[in-house]
Design a protein around this ligand. Structure first.
Ligand code: ATP
Length: 329
């Protein structure tokens, strides 16, 4: 039996929209939001699902959670057809959409959690143990008795995560879970999700524009654009594909009279009035470059900078923009 909890083949979603073509004229246009996506996600995987605005991320998540019917293609989540078996699917998946709440606005968080136990018919002991874990890891106790409408965004998001997990779902879908959160709340949410992922039982599918979420949480990254998958693999594979290099930053006592040549590394930039040289590693390792730099004399400090995911994703989006297909209408 396959261990894939998400199986999608040839997924498509088209929307018909009316656009103004004159003062009184409207014309129907077809927008292809998802354009033939194949996706398999194994149990326990932590998948980052990213793409530029309008790429089709939310539409995909809505199809996978049974909110939208695909125009074409096959989809199974936990072995179920999301729209046709939505009620059963709700028992197997949890959903956190950063912009929407599943909590009762006027009730204290604690009462919302209690109601959810009845909605999902969770045995009392299982509910209590999951809630205890969330209270500990997400620091909920200080605001458990506060009505949801009075919670800060960060507090509410911690409540949303708990609410999505109390019935013990196999798959957790997260759409922008850290949007608008301050640094401390972001760290709390990421730490919690990382811990959840380490357990290996819950599959996470995460869409976000905050690439630090992806770096912290996801081993696998699916990048979509114009409704199609343009990368599916590890972050390291993305760096390899775009030739990202680690950088060695050397601070010198004085600017060298001529730019030094370091075998196996390329001088990328000269900064700080010539006092700082930034090399990109090519065939050489860090130690070789540092030894070569030390041999030049006047080396004050050295640091190694890992390639930035922001850079490589910006390059990928930029490249896609320059080969933008004409939109089918
Ligand atoms: N209900 C709808 N009716 C018409 N068009 C829609 C609808 N929902 C989405 N679209 C269109 O489908 C495309 C994909 O939208 P979607 O919301 O899935 O993108 P996204 O990748 O989640 O974007 P963002 O990062 O901005 O949230 C966009 O062109 C959007 O305008």
């Amino acid at each position: 039996m396959s261990s894939d909890v998400i199986v999608a083949d040839g997924l498509r979603k088209e929307f018909t929209v009316r656009v103004r073509t004159g003062r009184l004229r409207r014309q129907k246009r077809l927008v292809t939001a998802v354009d033939g996506i194949d996706l398999r996600v194994a149990r326990g995987e932590m998948l980052g699902y990213i793409g530029p605005n309008g790429a089709g991320k939310s539409t995909t998540l809505k199809i996978l959670t049974g909110v939208l019917m695909p125009s074409a293609g096959q989809v199974r989540v936990c072995g179920l057809r999301p729209v046709a078996q939505r009620t059963r699917l709700a028992l197997s998946v949890g959903v956190v959409f950063g912009q929407r709440s599943q909590l009762w606005w006027d009730l204290p968080l604690r009462d919302s959690f209690d109601l959810l136990r009845h909605v999902y018919r969770v045995p009392a002991a299982a509910h209590a143990s999951r809630l205890r874990r969330c209270r500990d890891l997400l620091d909920l106790d200080a605001f458990l008795d506060v009505p949801v409408r009075q919670l800060s965004l960060g507090q509410r998001m911690r409540g949303e995560l708990t609410a999505a997990l109390l019935h013990g779902p196999q798959v957790l879908f997260l759409d922008e879970p850290t949007i608008g959160l301050d640094v401390v709340s972001k760290q709390a949410v990421r730490g919690f999700l990382a811990e959840l992922g380490r357990g290996g039982d819950t599959t996470l599918v995460l869409t976000t524009h905050d690439l630090a979420d992806i770096e912290r949480l996801c081993r696998r990254l699916v990048v979509i654009d114009h409704g199609r998958v343009v990368h599916d693999g590890s972050i390291a594979a993305l760096h390899r594909r775009y030739g990202s290099r680690r950088l060695v930053v050397a601070d010198l006592d004085a600017p060298p009279p001529v730019p030094p040549v370091v075998p196996g590394a390329a001088l990328r930039r000269v900064e700080a009035d010539g006092h700082r040289l930034v090399f990109a590693l090519e065939s050489a390792g860090v130690a070789e470059v540092v030894t070569a730099l030390a041999g030049l004399g006047g080396l004050r400090d050295v640091s190694v900078v890992e390639p930035e995911i922001e850079d490589v994703v910006a390059r990928l989006y930029g490249e896609r923009r320059s080969v933008r297909p004409s939109r089918r209408c």
